[in-house]
Structures are given as C-alpha cells and as structure tokens.
Design a protein. Structure first.
Length: 152
C-alpha cells in the first residue's frame, strides 16, 4: 500500500470518527424520565431537547470504505448553516413536526442496486429533541424518503 493511499485512509478514518463523535457531544446522554427513545426503525424521540443544542446535526454514511459527511442544520430563528437547501430542509422538518420518520415521501423510482446508505439526525428542532437513524438500500431511496433534509 502506498504512503499516499495510507494517508488518505487515515484522514478518512479521522473524519469519520469526528463525524460520529459530534452527535454524541451535541445531544443529551440520557433521555428524561418517561421520554421516548429513538430506534433504528425511524421512530421519533418525543422528549424535550437539550436547550444548549441549537439545530440538528445531519450525517450520511455509506457502507464499507464509503465516505461519511455531515453538517449542522439550524432552523431558528431563520434557516442557516452550510446546508445547501437549508430553507427547504427546515420547511420539510416543520411540516413533519421534527419527526424525520414522517417526512413526506417524494414520488419516483429507484434501481434495485444495493449500496446501503445510513442517515442520522441528532440535536433539536424547534425545542423538540431529534434522535433518528435509518439505513436505506441506496442513495436514491434515501433521497425519495427524506427530500431536501439529507440533500447535501
């Protein structure tokens, strides 16, 4: 293995570790008593969010050696951040009351190619905690199900 490829692998690994660590630092470590918790089936956490967390950290990761990317979407007081479609993503979250499992699905067809993509959202939206994660069979299926929220 060449040094150049090895260095790239180290950089990707470090970026992946950082992307996974940020959500852990951004949300509460334990939900409040009686609060619902999120599951991998896309259910929504219903307890009040941590007041210190402003926004939702969104991440997308592929399988194997695929890259991991993420960003912070902030919707209050107005949509902002590095999300290229922040206004549309915030509007979609508002329409679903912050419940990513309830995002309106776009119409369309995808191939049956299996290239799993996992998306996650952690933080708070309009003072509601968000803790959601779901794996889709491919990027097309993910985009149809999540609309502009993970379109970055």
């Amino acid at each position: 293995m060449s040094t150049r490829i090895s260095n790239r692998h180290l950089v990707r690994t470090a970026m992946a570790a950082a992307a996974l660590a940020v959500p852990l630092l951004a949300v509460q470590t334990a939900p409040a008593v009686g609060a619902a918790s999120a599951t991998t089936d896309g259910s929504h956490s219903s307890h009040k969010g941590d007041r210190k967390t402003q926004g939702v950290f969104l991440s997308i990761s592929g399988s194997g050696k695929a890259s991991i990317r993420g960003l912070l979407l902030q919707c209050e007081p107005t949509p902002r951040g590095r999300h290229p479609k922040a206004a549309e993503a915030c509007a979609a979250l508002d329409k679903a009351n912050g419940n990513l499992a309830a995002l309106p699905r776009k119409r369309g067809n995808c191939t049956k190619q299996y290239a799993p993509v996992t998306v996650a959202a952690h933080g708070s939206h309009r003072k509601q905690a968000v803790n959601w994660k779901k794996t889709f069979p491919n990027a097309c299926a993910m985009h149809l199900a999540t609309g502009p929220v993970f379109d970055f």
